[in-house]
Design a protein around this ligand. Structure first.
Ligand code: UDP
Ligand code: MG
Length: 349
């Protein structure tokens, strides 16, 4: 029997396509978790959760809202637990404040659903966009992220700093990192699994979302004004976050010092030759202490600065080597305990 090779190849292709479609098919009744990292957000949760619940129940049937209390000193956990009487709320209280990035990791470790969404607790992320994000997921996108297109509510200095940070990062990072795309995101389960499998302790999530890849799309949004309280991100926190971002995604600051060292060595060689020739022709005129002092202090400063840059990287290596967990859980409510530390170590082996 002589089969036509073309129809045989077409059959293999359609079989492979069918298998791929089956693998990536979207469930018609997906399960959904919305993670909300919260630090002192009692007032905001009481406003956000009813609104979010109204939206979620129109798009999915099985969903829950997972509040990660990141070491709040107000009634955040108590308010979230009280809301659980009316809404499908679960609570994970961390043992102290570990920072937003760690709170997100904790949320991702405890969300075993088809879709996972991240939202801030302060009502700045518009809940009306959740159905839009979901529609993109249904179309086959694995990650849908909000792109902040208006920062007029932020101070001029914060806006400038953010712009500068993204421009440095986009020029130097080893992978393209989408500017102004923060933690307002929806993930398919596969992305969550990929993020969970990353073993590093110092996490710059905005970079890691891009690093894992997958089929992604951005949706522009205008953040609302904070409902209550004020931003937890002081200038110091932002600076630390930016430094984490730069050191996690580029080694350019280390390489720059090779270039500067080379340039300074070349300049001093040229200057040395110039002095030598001048002394041979004109003899010794002035002792040159000023030149010496400037050169010594300048080079000393340059060396200290470069040691500081090295220190930033070594400090990060040190914290990775210690292998401390990214977060510790204080209390679970409506939630099955997981052991993310063991999970992560198993993945690494
Ligand atoms: N957040 C957190 N841990 C922190 C700082 C902030 O879980 O250490 C939460 C905070 O409660 C909010 C979200 O992260 O839900 C964004 O924080 P914020 O509104 O202060 O940041 P901004 O909107 O200024 O970027
Ligand atoms: Mg905010």
């Amino acid at each position: 029997m002589n089969a036509d090779p073309r129809s045989f190849a077409a059959a293999i292709r359609s079989d492979a396509q069918a298998k791929a479609d089956e693998q990536f098919a979207r469930s018609a009744t997906p399960t959904f978790t919305c993670i909300i990292p919260a630090l002192n957000e009692a007032k905001n949760l009481a406003c956000l959760i009813p609104k979010l619940n109204d939206v979620l129940r129109t798009i999915v049937t099985q969903y829950s809202i997972l509040v990660i209390d990141d070491g709040s000193t107000d009634d955040t956990t108590a308010v979230a637990i009280a809301l659980a009487d009316t809404y499908p709320v679960r609570v994970l209280q961390l043992s102290r404040n570990f920072g937003k990035e760690s709170a997100i990791v904790a949320g991702l470790d405890h969300a075993d659903t088809d879709i996972v969404m991240l939202m801030d607790a302060d009502c700045q992320h518009p809940v009306e966009l959740v159905p839009v994000f979901y529609a993109y997921w249904q179309q086959g996108y694995d990650m849908v992220y909000g792109v902040c297109c208006d920062r007029s509510d932020e101070s001029a200095i914060k806006r400038r700093f953010t712009k500068w940070f993204y421009s440095v990062l986009s020029r130097t990072a080893s992978i393209p990192i989408v500017p102004n795309a923060g933690d307002f995101r929806l993930f398919d389960r596969r992305v969550v699994e990929a993020l969970r499998a990353l073993p590093e302790r110092t996490r710059f999530m905005k970079g890691l979302y891009c690093w894992v890849g997958f089929r992604s799309i951005g949706v522009p949004y205008r953040p609302a004004l904070r409902h209550a309280g004020k931003s937890q991100f002081t200038f110091r926190c932002l600076f630390k976050l930016a430094l984490n971002g730069l050191t996690s995604f580029t080694d350019m600051p280390l390489k720059i010092w090779s270039a500067i060292g080379f340039a300074v060595a070349m300049l001093s060689t040229i200057y040395g030759v110039f002095i030598g020739v001048r002394t041979l022709i004109f003899g010794i005129d002035v002792p040159g202490w000023a030149t010496l002092t400037v050169a010594v202090t300048f080079l000393g400063g340059l060396q200290l600065f470069s040691i500081g840059v090295l220190g930033e990287y070594i400090g990060r290596i040190f914290s990775e080597v210690k292998q401390r967990p990214v977060y510790l859980v204080g209390r679970y409510f409506n939630l099955a305990p997981q052991n993310p530390v063991v999970q992560r170590n198993q993945i690494r082996r």
